[in-house]
Design a protein around this ligand. Sequence first.
Ligand code: PLP
Length: 417
Amino acid sequence: MEFSLHANRLSHESGTVQLMEDLEVARQFEGPVSMLGGGNPAHIDAVEQRFREQMQHIANDQTTFARMVGDYDAPKGNSRFITLLADMLNRQFDWGLTPDNIAITNGSQSSFGLIFNLLAGDFPDGNFRPVLLPITPEYVGYADVGIASQPLFEGHRPTIERLPDQMFKYRIDLSSLHIDKRYGAVCVSRPTNPTGNVITDAELDSLSKRCEQHRVPLIIDGAYGLPFPGILFKAAKPRWNTNTVLCLSLSKLGLAGLRTGIVIADTPLIELIRNGNAINALAPSRVGPELIAPLLPNDELLTLCRDHIRPFYETRSAWAIDRVKHHLGHLPIRIHQSEGAIFLWIWFEDLPVTSDTLYRSLAQQGVFVLSGHHFFPGLQDDWRHRHQCIRINFAAPESSLERGLGIIAQTVAALYP
Ligand code: PLP
């Protein structure tokens, strides 16, 4: 079989593919497995119970069930859900949204596939405009979605603040960051996958002002963030205006299997997303919107996040940090401050091998983590730091984490002279 040039994009080694494949490799691994890679959210009993009740309610209602599984939705997504969501966001934040500001996609990963290629790449005036990632490490899933003739991302190196107790924090290096019309868009995940960083309100204000000044859209990836699922362990404000593209998802509520992404943006972009949905997929899935719509008018969704989802991850994060220090504290490690999301980002200073070699050695022992080097899309300089970090998902069961961390400690200790 011969393939078009387009196949090159899909055939080279991709961190996103490895991450998703590992979930399957781990399932088939003979012997005990600690699956600390991937991005699966935790199974939180109280939350799952509420979703199960709601699903049963739909299954018992013949008309709603028949429509949900039997009919295509509108290409822009379920209109009842969109209207209720606009109402909820206006009630909470006074953003002045109309249903024309919201589109549904088949997961926020597909939102990014559309949005990045609509706002960046080759332009009719002959210019190429990349997406600026003002702080890398940044989400690996962005790296390979570009269909343009040149690499789509330009990554910017952060400053590192060393904190007490073997912790550290990345900050956007605002002094060397220049935003101007050369860029098609600027994008940050908040909280950040893989680090658990939450860029501060002041950092976001500064980015937002610079973007508005040059009319460059600011994309905020809120897959873990505000207003839902709200996996943040420090105060932060949600933000939207017509120069902002806010990408949300139902996945980290515990509904990753339903593949529902939400884009909140100015109307012309929403219209293009609607068209992209129709052309690529006819329509987005209607299961997530049907399931969640009844939880919007009374803010029950936000209550679930506040009372169950955030406390679960906050407690788990503190426990995981404690266990990492217990197992690895005697080694030259630092953990990124855990301010949100579901990951710990561990930095092994002066690691004698690359993080990719470490990843492979751990995988052979049934411990699946992610090598940090995948998480620097578009960063040109050869920064040693990018080969010294790993990401672990602390949504995994505690026993699995405990075992995995023990094996990581033994493996890494044997590497240092
Ligand atoms: N953005 C971030 C930061 C993520 O971590 C993920 C998934 O892990 C996504 C977007 C994509 O999520 P989904 O396509 O499930 O909505």
